[in-house]
Write a protein that binds this ligand. Structure first.
Ligand SMILES: [Zn+2]
Length: 261
């Protein structure tokens, strides 16, 4: 049986596969342009891993200009069937503290001007996003977090905003009514993965409280939290990647089956 090919998307602070030995590099072109970075390919405990630095290797692409369509399409071209996406988020709940990891199971999209689809004419396809994340991968990640003793929240709603600015306090208080964490990178990544029938998991790392909290944290505190989060993310990935099942119990790979109208 073929082992699963895992696409790894690194967010802020994660620009390479530092814990794994790289085998080769792929330069992929897509009909949507170039992905954010060249793609590092590695093998790790029987899994083939393809790594893209979402913001570029030198952080040259902020969240609102990342070429999400090229990134996901490049993965599809390489045969990636499962994506692990690492992102940083702000907390909308007092009890969800900076330093925690959250594995969202829902999102609400407040972004404004991104390229959300591969299907903009020709075929009329409407994929279901009722359950946007791969249940099988969510389960594997929660069990890894549990056995590693990393503080985590096993589900929640991710509020996606356009950026690059952060929210006003009024916006932040409004979002608190619907969501648990807030960030700029999940959408349209998760949607495009579904359209390409690739499993998608978000590992969201909480760096700070969003603007609702007055006098939240200093920049220095954020930097410390971020450094710790990055270390934890590497520890988690080392544990999680080998535990991702090669056989599917999910329906992510059939997303287009009933999508044509
Ligand atoms: Zn899946």
């Amino acid at each position: 049986m073929m082992s699963t090919k895992i696409g790894l998307i690194g967010g802020s602070g994660i620009y390479d596969l530092s814990f794994i030995k790289k085998n080769r590099t792929e330069h992929i072109e897509t009909p949507f342009g170039l992905p954010s970075s060249e793609i590092d390919v590695a093998e790790y405990n029987g899994k083939e891993i393809y790594f893209i630095a979402r913001h570029g290797k030198k952080h040259e692409f902020p969240a609102h200009v990342v070429n999400y369509r090229a990134n996901i399409y490049a993965f599809k071209k390489l045969g990636v069937d499962r994506i692990i996406s690492v992102q940083t988020v702000g907390s909308l709940k007092e009890e969800y503290k900076p330093g925690y990891m959250i594995i969202p199971d829902q999102f609400i999209d407040f972004t404004k001007k991104r390229d959300y689809s591969y299907f903009n004419g020709g075929r009329s396809l409407h994929v279901s996003l009722a359950d946007p994340f791969c249940p099988q991968m969510r389960e594997a990640s929660v069990s890894s977090l549990h056995s590693l003793g990393i503080p985590y929240i096993d589900k929640g709603t991710y509020i996606a905003i356009e950026g690059p600015r952060f929210s006003t306090r009024a916006e932040s208080r409004y979002f608190m009514n619907f969501g648990d964490v807030i960030g700029m990178t999940l959408v349209p990544e998760v949607i495009l993965a579904r359209e390409m029938e690739i499993c998608y998991l978000s590992i969201s790392m909480i760096t700070d409280y969003d603007a609702w909290k007055v006098n939240a944290v200093t920049a220095e505190e954020i930097v410390t939290v971020m450094k710790n989060n990055i270390n934890k993310a590497y520890i988690l990935l080392e544990h999680l990647i080998p535990s991702i099942p090669d056989e599917y119990s999910c329906k992510c790979h059939e997303a287009l089956k009933h999508a044509e109208v």
